[in-house]
Design a protein around this ligand. Sequence first.
Ligand code: BGC
Length: 475
Amino acid sequence: MNQGSEASARRARRNVILTAAIAGLGGLLFGYDTGIIASALLFIKTDFALGSFEQGLVVAAVPIGAIGGAAIAGPAADTYGRRLMILLAAAVFIVGALGSAAAQDLTVLVIARIVIGIAIGLASAAAPVYISEVAPPESRGRLVSFFQLAVTIGILVAYLVGLAFNGIEGWRWMLGLGCVPALALGFGMLRMPQSPRWLVMTGDDFKARAVLAKIRVDDPDTIDQELEEIEQSLDEKPGAWSELLQPVVKAALVVGVGLAILQQVTGINTVIYYAPTIVEFTGVNSSAGSILAAVGVGIINVAATLVALRLLDIKGRRALLMVGVSGMVVSLIALGAAFIGGGGSTLSSVVAIASLMAYVAAFAISLGPIFWLLNAEIYPLNVRSKAAGIGTMANWTFNFIVSLTFLLLIELLGRPGAFWFYAAIGIVTLWFCWKYVPETKGKHLEDIQAFFQARVEGKDPDPDPESGSFEPSGG
Ligand code: BGC
């Protein structure tokens, strides 16, 4: 490569990384809200004199709104574009964050939190798809996972903001500060291009070519080839809902919706939402100790996600899933064991806290980023945003169900039993990943469709790329 083309390759890489990073900020909204509500609720419940049902409403409003937001984002991202949905998410989030910070009673607070949920649903359905469509195949795993990285950073920042405003009981500040990432997302996205794949789908090949010229190495052959592949994969305009019932889409939905549900029912949010409570179960009864443990969980979550970002495009999605989910199962078994006989000894506290950390790290290198990644890359273009919206809705629905039932499950099965229950689901997850999840590392989005086509035709493609039966067709 001569100096000029090296410089343009660098520029192209910079453009695509910037685009992915800005869209990834959508994850910050999601993470910040997930992490902030526990701290804010401590004070809201006293100010508004809330019972436990009303507290549940304040928390549940967001996942309920998110299910709606993801449902809207699917078809709307086909009609109006992925970029506009992300912009809309930022604007709606700002309205919700300001509304909840200013709320004078429970009704306004719950409505404002439903609005926040709608924004999060829009962002979590549209942002990963947008990134997957601008990213080149060889770094798509890393770039789409910026979204999950932003989720984990949002959770950590929220724990820290919660700590900072704890002293002044500043729940309005905690909720209102959510505007900051939303503003960054909004202003950032204003400068970002449309998805080239969406442009082709709407018939604007001219603009699609201009976007590709900006975000790909300045090599006309690469651009022509990519445009051609997109066009070939797109024999129709945006598909109707009924097209989700085509066998090839159904086969992909089994993987996307399956992972959406398994990501939640293996219990991650019991740790994210209840880390301080779980640490208190172990016998640590200073609030500083449990908050510190929550911050520790937040830091490990970010650090392990950074590791995943490096490995996804090298080791592949399947290898990380198998290793990570196995790690989750082992640490859940250990976590349950630490509570046998009520826990309480120093040894059991140490085992419990260590297994909590190991569990979060194992999730963060596997199900955390990989669900969002596969949900953005496995569907055919003409139904991609609708199908991704369905995966996102399933994820939020089970997020809601697990958070609601965790304490009940403990009452029913006891602490060891509850964590072993999640471990058992982890074993089912391992089987599911091994049997159904294809390796998509380095593949063009268009080639991934060919894999599912072969699967429904009964050609039973080997999901493992090393076998050679699922090879990329170009570059
Ligand atoms: C999940 C969230 C979870 C977060 C933790 C995401 O991938 O969808 O439910 O809170 O990871 O990092």
